[in-house]
Design a binder for this molecule. Structure first.
Ligand SMILES: [Zn+2]
Ligand SMILES: [Zn+2]
Length: 368
């Protein structure tokens, strides 16, 4: 059983054969040399992830037992903070591809990740997904489809998230609504005659309701990446957290890691909002009936714990007709989303074609 926490996330793992840097091989538990293919197993911790007690961290950033220094590069254009587990000579921001100056790197404390979801897809696979996506786009310029999109521009990024666990207890007051139907008569005209008809109308009977709800709120996920622009689209931010591994810096080798820009405190505020929505849902379930209103809800969270986790995304930005576009691939599921260019001429001719067809129908219709 390996219980030691890796203290040096910047410790480079070099190949014993040729001295080159070893990089994490997606979908595996090994780090691999890109030159001689030498592989080394990542020592996995078989202890469960450590949930950290929230309160000491909120009061003062912990006893520093779970923080360490990490070198960071800040992007002035989009505000992302990123750490690169590799010696690059020139670096570009993963989000907006602005050049970053290596000499500007500075060390700062961060709360060590408790767990990481290792990349399951490699660069080639994510690039193949991108190509397929481009080919399926309607009204995309032919030039874009033909363009040999540079796989080198695709970067694997570990995105920071906070997750929170808590015991929830809530007291609520509200109304329970039960539907019932009444028969109403109404007047209408049928073939020029006034007739009286009946219809069923739904009504709601409201009664006072109150009670308590309680339960465990598990893994409330809050994105810890706050940026001015280029935020990751919601469509790709669903991960199966069963594949989380205890943090080991080997999983980061060869990838970029982003440092949280949303503080733990603000992350906690967001998760508390989410917990309130959960409590509201529980209260409605508890009230029962066909519809419910919750007027008052006092919620208490206790035994709160949190984790800082890293989740895998491939990001690529590409230039097209001197405009910048981005696409994102979930590094676990391969779900893709992004923004894309439209071909003006393809849309123009389609609209022209529709106008021609509509015009022909009108002219043909008048002739008969
Ligand atoms: Zn080697
Ligand atoms: Zn940037």
């Amino acid at each position: 059983m390996n219980q030691e926490t890796p203290k040096q996330s910047e410790h480079k793992k070099s190949c014993v054969n040729c001295g080159a840097e070893l990089k994490y091989k997606p979908g595996s538990t090994v780090i691999k040399c890109g030159y001689c293919n030498h592989e080394e197993a990542i020592v996995l911790s078989d202890t469960s992830f450590e949930e950290l007690e929230l309160q000491p961290y909120l009061e003062k950033m912990g006893p520093q037992s779970h923080t360490e220094e990490i070198s960071m590069l800040h992007c002035k254009t989009c505000g992302a903070n990123q750490h690169v587990e590799e010696n690059y000579k020139s670096l570009h921001c993963v989000y907006c591809s602005q050049p970053l100056i290596v000499e500007d790197a500075y060390n700062e404390d961060w709360i060590l990740p408790g767990a990481v979801l290792p990349f399951q897809l490699n660069h080639q696979q994510s690039h193949a997904i991108f190509k397929k996506w481009v080919n399926s786009l309607w009204f995309a310029p032919n030039k874009l489809k033909r363009a040999a999109l540079d796989p080198e521009k695709t970067k694997g990024l570990y995105v920071p998230y906070w997750t929170f666990d808590a015991e929830l207890y809530g007291e609520y007051e509200g109304q329970r609504g039960d539907y019932y139907y009444v028969t109403e008569s109404y007047n209408t005209t049928v073939n020029g005659k006034n007739v009286t008809r009946t219809r069923q109308v739904q009504k709601t009977r409201w009664t006072y309701a109150s009670g308590t709800v309680s339960g465990f709120v598990d893994d409330t996920l809050v994105s810890a990446s706050e940026k001015k622009k280029n935020t990751i689209p919601d469509k790709i931010t669903h991960w199966n957290l069963d594949q989380l591994e205890s943090f080991n810096s080997s999983f980061l080798a060869g990838f970029v890691t982003e440092k949280y820009t949303l503080s733990l405190e603000n992350g906690h505020l967001k998760s508390t909002e989410k917990a309130k929505q959960i409590a509201n849902g529980w209260a409605r379930q508890d009230i029962g009936g066909d519809t419910q209103q919750v007027h008052k809800l006092n919620m208490k969270l206790s035994e709160e714990t949190f984790k800082h986790i890293l989740l895998p995304v491939y990001i690529s930005s590409y230039m097209f007709n001197s405009k910048k576009y981005h696409f994102y691939v979930n590094g676990q599921s391969g779900i893709i989303d992004g923004n894309r260019p439209y071909s003006f001429w393809k849309i123009f001719f389609l609209v022209l074609f529709i106008i021609a067809v509509v015009g022909a129908i009108i002219i043909f219709g008048k002739q008969t």
